[in-house]
Ligand binder design. Sequence first.
Ligand code: ZN
Length: 85
Amino acid sequence: MTDEEKKQKLRAAGWRYSATRPCKVAGCAAMVEYWVTPSKKGVALDYIGLRPHWFTCRGSHRKRARPAKQLGLFQILEQSEPEGQ
Ligand SMILES: [Zn+2]
């Protein structure tokens, strides 16, 4: 699945694209895409691959406990992907 197909899937699931900007977390300058979920939560996704950015973020929030709720939202989406990429 290409990134463009993932974006189409996100939109179809009610996510809204917000902006592409460098990560705001201190110590991390990765390019990320900001999306708003159907429940109006802001989520940063990796610019390449569109994974939840907190997986790869090198900034200070990495030390925090994993936000299981965000992963849940994205997992629902991932599970709807067809078998084999
Ligand atoms: Zn980051």
